[in-house]
Design a protein around this ligand. Structure first.
Ligand code: C2E
Ligand code: MG
Ligand code: MG
Ligand code: MG
Length: 288
C-alpha cells in the first residue's frame, strides 16, 4: 500500500511538472512570436536632476503588448526570457530601439547635456560575445553620443565572474558608453569590489528610498550610498521616489538624480514627447 501510494504521488507529481513545463513552453513560444511580430514595446521613465527638477534622461523599460492579456510587465516575462536565452535577441532589440528613440529626442529637444538613455542589460546578454559589437553598431546607426548611452547592470552580474566582467566593462567604457549598477545595495559584497569596476552611476534600490518616508532607521543607508558614490566620484540615482518628502531628503543629502512615480511613471513615447515639450517647468524642485 505504501508503495502504490508513493507511485500515485509520483504520477501526480509528474503530471504537475508536465503541466508546468507545457505552460512554460507555450509562453516561450508566444514570447518568441512577440519578438518576431513586434509586440514588444519600450516605455520610458524620466530621470530628473534633483537640484533643478529638470529631466536629464530616461530609463527604457520593456513591456509586452499581448494580444489578449494586454500590457504585460517585465516581471512576468523577463525571467522566462532569461531562462530560455530569448533575452539576448530581445535585449538586442531594446538597445537598438532605445538608441533610435534617444537620437530622435536629442534632435528635437536639444539640451546643453544631451538627454541620456539608460538600458537594462541582463547577465546573459552581458556575457554574450556579440555585446560589444552590438553596442558599437547601435551607436553608429543612431548617431547618439556614446556618453549619452548608459547600460544598467546588476550587482549579482558583477559578482558572477568579476574578472571577465571587468574586462568587458572596460571595453564598453573605452567607447565612452556609461555603466550603472542597478538596484544597488540589494546584492552581495560588491562594496569591496566597487572601485575595481569602471562604473559611472549607482542606482540606489527602491527598498532603501522607501525607508525615508516610513521613518525606518535604515533611511540612513540611502545617505551612506549617496556618500559612497560621491567619494568614488560616481553619480547616484535614487530609484522609486514616490513622495515630495523623499525627494526633499534626497536633495538635502545631495543625491544627484532621482526616478520614481513622484516625478513620472514609465510612459509610452508619445507621452514623453508631450512632457518634453512642456519641460522643465513640469518639475519644480521641491521647496526648501
Ligand atoms: P529596474 O531596472 O530596477 O527598473 C525600475 C522598476 O521600478 C520599473 O519596474 C519601474 O516601473 C519601477 N518603478 C519606478 N519608479 C517607481 C516608484 O516610484 N514606485 C514603484 N513602486 N516602482 C517604481 P518595471 O518596469 O516593472 O521593470 C521591472 C524590472 O524588469 C526592471 O527593474 C528590470 O530589472 C527589468 N527590465 C525592464 N526592462 C528590461 C529590459 O529591457 N531588459 C532587461 N534585461 N530587463 C528589463
Ligand atoms: Mg534598471
Ligand atoms: Mg533598478
Ligand atoms: Mg530596482
Amino acid at each position: 500500500r505504501a508503495k502504490s501510494g508513493g507511485r500515485a504521488r509520483i504520477d501526480l507529481f509528474d503530471a504537475n511538472l508536465r503541466r508546468q513545463a507545457m505552460a512554460v513552453m507555450r509562453t516561450e513560444a508566444e514570447l518568441r512570436a512577440a519578438l518576431e511580430q513586434g509586440q514588444l514595446r519600450l516605455h520610458y521613465q524620466p530621470i530628473v536632476t534633483l537640484e533643478d527638477g529638470a529631466v536629464a534622461g530616461f530609463e527604457a523599460l520593456m513591456r509586452w503588448e499581448h494580444p489578449e492579456r494586454g500590457l504585460v510587465p517585465p516581471g512576468d516575462f523577463i525571467p522566462l526570457a532569461e531562462e530560455s536565452g530569448l533575452i539576448v535577441p530581445m535585449g538586442r532589440w531594446a538597445l537598438r530601439e532605445a538608441a533610435r528613440q534617444a537620437a530622435c529626442w536629442q534632435a528635437r529637444f536639444p539640451r546643453p547635456q544631451p538627454l541620456f538613455i539608460s538600458v537594462n542589460v541582463s547577465s546573459r546578454q552581458f556575457r554574450d560575445d556579440d555585446l560589444v559589437g552590438l553596442v558599437r553598431e547601435v551607436l553608429a546607426e543612431s548617431g547618439i553620443a556614446p556618453s549619452s548611452l548608459k547600460l544598467e547592470l546588476t550587482e549579482s552580474l558583477l559578482m558572477e565572474d568579476p574578472d571577465r566582467c571587468r574586462e568587458r566593462m572596460m571595453e564598453i567604457r573605452a567607447m565612452d558608453v556609461r555603466l550603472s549598477i542597478d538596484d544597488f545595495g540589494t546584492g552581495y559584497s560588491s562594496l569591496a569590489y566597487l572601485h575595481r569596476f569602471p562604473v559611472d552611476t549607482l542606482k540606489i534600490d527602491r527598498s532603501f528610498v522607501r525607508a525615508i518616508s516610513s521613518g525606518e532607521s535604515n533611511a540612513a543607508i540611502v545617505q551612506v550610498i549617496a556618500t559612497l558614490a560621491s567619494i568614488l566620484q560616481l553619480d547616484a540615482v535614487a530609484e522609486g521616489v514616490e513622495t515630495a518628502e523623499e525627494a526633499g531628503f534626497l536633495q538635502d543629502i545631495r543625491c544627484k538624480y532621482a526616478q520614481g512615480f513622484h516625478f513620472a511613471r514609465p510612459t509610452p513615447p508619445e507621452g514623453i514627447e508631450r512632457l518634453l515639450a512642456e519641460c522643465p517647468a513640469r518639475y519644480a524642485a521641491p521647496a526648501g
